[in-house]
Design a binder for this molecule. Structure first.
Ligand code: C2O
Length: 600
């Protein structure tokens, strides 16, 4: 076995000559620099020079064989690829004992797939008593371990905290910015890895390698409430910091902030399908799962360590920004208060603030369902993951059940079966058929009426909650022509709505909806159940700001083809009205949205 060399702790993102995730959302600027980014999770303390040596070697080896980057790269992408590693890598900033991972005397080993029996993850609301009992027992043991043990519940929760509250820093462009496993294409694979090790540790603690996490089946009507197994105050699965108003209520997958909707008591015996909240939830899932067909729309944009100015990390896919974010916001306790790494007070602990979310055991069952959504999207729905080596070779280090640090790559976690688990599908996937229907009966007339009378608002545009803004006559390129001219791409071209920059304070959550061709006075009534609803920008509060009031700017893209088809906008229509419905205060939109044809 290797000596405890820090070399094995380097976790490079290796660059590739593939085109950027989003072709033209950022200002034109040639990209010549190459970058590799190192990240480490739950990794031992290391000698920085060794890390640099190790990483530089990997990066150079990975890149030297990939010439032609500049030739194939879209010049408008400002996110550099494969830039040479500098001493500004990821480091975990420790405050007190938390939440950076404990050090290890041994070097990280490469991940090898498990060989034991398949672990079958059951819906939490239908889980058999034996499984629930196992989880209680395992979690009690995990909680009894000292925090210094990387397998302890405290240490497990701290991993998530370190990765989303600004403890891990990277130095892109010589700066010192928070690294985050949310808001980019890192989201889905990182959380799959995290759950994998959490589940394996629990199984090991009770000596049962069939142990599998129950999943919160919130995409099925009968699962649209906090599962009962988490409610017993005497159980290790319990957490006191949850919104008391929602404990017995229907879950709302389109929530913007605590208390913004009427609470409807959940009745397990009810015929849920007649319920408006349930219908809204199913439509939200339809949009998240069925309309977001491409990897960048579903999984999120490329992680970028050096967006210029205040740009940070990337953009969320629908997997993260829709149902996932709502469940966090819905579960967290608005009456709670916790201090983030930024020194600011945050509410909505535990689940509604990223730094504290993983302290609630329901987090892992929630994320098991997020993971299942990704699994269904890539298997049942037949969608394609990224094939970009920069994504596939992204890797992190986690402690396994021994405990020993293990390096695992995105390409290791693309298939649940290869990781030894599967999902017990017990409920029908009703959201697959929940395609939205138009709000407005006479679509064409409504559009024309709306186009005639409004002035273009001024940008940057600061959104005020409840104040709808219409951007009239946004030019719509012709899809068919552009697609024919483009050619070459493996996937069909599609029409996308692009917001170059959405600016917000990372410590505060925020949301706005986007609807198409609805008169502003009716727009607030358009939601996921309506074809005119194009999607939402949504973000959970995260830490890591250096100073209060500091903002980040991220791009935001929505696929538009199905919306346009369903509301009767055809090739002959040269423009649509884009209506922005702010659901929270505090968001600024930098420049007017535009419609593009994306070739990939
Ligand atoms: Cu890492 Cu649901 O968040």
């Amino acid at each position: 076995m290797a000596t405890p060399s820090a070399k094995t702790n380097g976790l490079p993102l290796v660059a590739s000559p593939r085109p950027p995730a989003y072709p033209s959302m950022l200002p034109k600027k040639p990209t010549q620099r190459r970058r590799s980014l190192s990240c480490r999770a739950a990794a031992p303390r290391f000698d920085r020079r060794d890390v640099l040596a190790g990483l530089t070697g990997v990066a150079a080896g990975g890149l030297a064989t990939r010439p032609g980057l500049a030739a194939t790269e879209d010049a408008s992408d400002v996110c550099p690829r494969g830039e040479k590693v500098t001493d500004t890598l990821l480091t975990c900033q420790k405050t007190g004992q938390k939440p950076c991972p404990p050090t290890s005397p041994v070097a990280a080993v490469d991940f090898t797939p498990p060989t034991g029996p398949t672990r079958l993850r059951q819906p939490a609301h239908l889980a058999d008593p034996e499984t629930v009992e196992k989880y209680r027992r395992a979690l009690a043991k995990m909680k009894a371990l000292p925090a210094s043990d990387p397998r302890s519940f405290a240490a497990q929760a701290a991993i998530h905290e370190a990765y989303c509250d600004g403890h891990y820093r990277y130095g892109g462009g010589g700066g010192d910015a928070p690294f985050d496993v949310h808001f980019s294409w890192v989201f889905a694979p990182w959380h799959r890895m995290y759950l994998y090790f959490y589940e394996r540790i629990l199984g090991d603690l009770i000596g049962d390698d069939t142990f599998a996490l129950p999943y919160w089946n919130w995409d099925a009507p009968a699962g649209m409430a906090l599962p009962d197994i988490f409610k017993d105050a005497g159980s290790p699965l319990y957490d006191a910091k949850r919104n008391p108003a929602n404990l017995g209520a229907y879950l709302n997958l389109h929530i913007a902030k605590a208390g913004d909707t009427t609470v409807i008591p959940f009745d397990p015996q009810a015929a849920h399908l007649n319920n408006q909240v349930v219908q809204n939830n199913l439509a939200t899932l339809y949009v998240q799962m069925m309309r977001n067909k491409k990897a960048q729309d579903f999984l999120g944009g490329k992680f970028c360590s050096s967006y210029p100015g205040t740009r940070s990390s990337g953009t969320s896919g629908s997997l993260e920004s829709m149902a996932h974010t709502s469940v966090h916001v819905w579960t967290g306790d608005p009456g709670s208060s916790t201090t983030g790494h930024d020194g600011q007070k945050h509410s909505l602990a535990d689940m509604g603030f990223l730094a504290t979310a993983a302290r609630d055991p329901v987090f892992y069952s929630h994320h098991a369902n997020v993971d299942r959504m990704w699994h269904l999207w890539s298997t049942k729905l037949g969608r394609r993951n990224f094939d970009d080596p920069e994504w596939l070779d992204t890797s992190f280090v986690f402690y396994d059940e021994r405990p020993r640090p293990v390096r695992i790559r995105v390409r290791d976690v693309l298939d649940a079966a290869a990781l030894g688990y599967s999902y017990d599908e017990r409920e029908p996937l009703r959201w697959m058929g929940a395609r939205p229907a138009p709000l407005l009966a006479n679509k064409g007339a409504a559009a024309a009426r709306s186009t005639m009378r409004r002035a273009v608002p001024a940008f940057p545009l600061a959104l005020t909650e409840g104040q709808v803004v219409e951007v009239p006559s946004v030019a719509k390129p012709r899809r068919a022509q552009k697609a024919a001219a483009g050619g070459g791409g493996k996937q069909p071209a599609d029409t996308i709505l692009v917001f170059d920059g959405v600016e917000f304070e990372p410590g505060k959550g925020g949301k706005f909806d986007v609807v198409i061709n609805v008169p502003p006075e009716q727009a607030a009534g358009a939601g996921p159940r309506h074809s005119e609803y194009a999607g939402s920008f949504a973000t959970l509060p995260r830490g890591g700001s250096k100073k209060p009031g500091e903002t980040v700017v991220v791009p935001f893209v929505l696929p538009l083809d199905e919306v346009l088809a369903d509301i009767g906008v055809g090739d002959e229509d040269g423009a649509v009205n884009v209506v922005i419905v702010p659901r929270t205060p505090g968001i600024k939109i930098i420049s007017p949205p535009r419609i593009e044809i994306r070739e990939r």
